[in-house]
Design a protein around this ligand. Sequence first.
Ligand SMILES: *[C@@H]1O[C@H](CO)[C@@H](O)[C@H](O)[C@H]1NC(C)=O
Ligand SMILES: *[C@@H]1O[C@H](CO)[C@@H](O)[C@H](O)[C@H]1NC(C)=O
Length: 318
Amino acid sequence: MATIRVSQAQQWFLGVLAITVVLILVYSSRYGGTHRREPKPPPINPDPDPRKKVTVTFWGRNGNHMFEYSTLIGAAKRSNMTPILVESTTIWNMFKLPIQKGTVENLETFRRYKEQLPSGWCNMTEDLDTSQGAYLMGYLQSWRYFENVRLELRKKHFVFHDHLKKSAMDYINNVRKEHKKQDAVLVAVHVRRGDFVRQKRKGYTVAPIPYFYRAMNYYRKKYKNVLFILCSNDVIWSMDNLDDSPDVHYSHNTDGYLDFAIMASCDHMIMSAGSYSWWAGYLTGGDVIYYHGYPQPNTVMGNNTIRKDYYPPWWIPL
Ligand SMILES: *[C@@H]1O[C@H](CO)[C@@H](O)[C@H](O)[C@H]1NC(C)=O
Ligand SMILES: *[C@@H]1O[C@H](CO)[C@@H](O)[C@H](O)[C@H]1NC(C)=O
């Protein structure tokens, strides 16, 4: 009779189970079901970075782009905004910039900040209106726009692509060997001629020959064991006119990016006029000598430049 008892127990169990299942179904269709059909409340913060964005125009060439980029990074940091690049820049060819191209929803709604002078500082980026996007416009050629991020720019932003860095270091090591100057202090000399020679009227003065002799002697006196690496867009003129002492090496590279990486990898700098030279000097992080006669006063360039904004005060005019 045990089998009958078991089957009765089974029937009782199945009955309870069926009732439970029905109750669950009824409950979930009434409450759970309707619950599920209700629209979800919108997420409180859909943007993972709620900060307003700041962007910049890219005018001019590589050296100009570096000023514009740096001003963007300085301003973003100061005002706690997110820097974003809406325009392409050729400096991606040189550096592993941590910022890629991005998009913004409506650039027209961004508040525009326009510089007063291409090579002077104004206080427009000191205190950006953080209730809306900001759009910085100009050449922005002043160290004062990005003094708050000086080290960051050199260590985190203007980091050369590996192949460029390697080519520059290989080049430098070969020059050291060739001149038997393994331990010398490296000084880059940039001699910019070419286009600048033809634009004197605008105030693009070319540094004269004695400037280079004075500057090189300054470094020989200060560091004793030095090796100069001279880069120019007119090497023939440079070799004909400048110092050919054994501590001077003339670069015959035709690749402007490589020359720039070599100069920036030196310890110190002797500048020519122009933003390409300016940035090579800034990136060395060492002493920088510039020609005091650039730009010439009372010319277009002269009138557009505030010297104390353009040249950092710790650089050396000669
Ligand atoms: C910027 O300079 C102007 C005068 O040129 C001044 O009125 C303004 O208060 C300054 N703004 C900031 C943020 O310092
Ligand atoms: C430069 O500025 C001075 C003084 O304001 C003016 O007299 C001169 O004409 C300007 N020169 C040029 C080339 O713009």
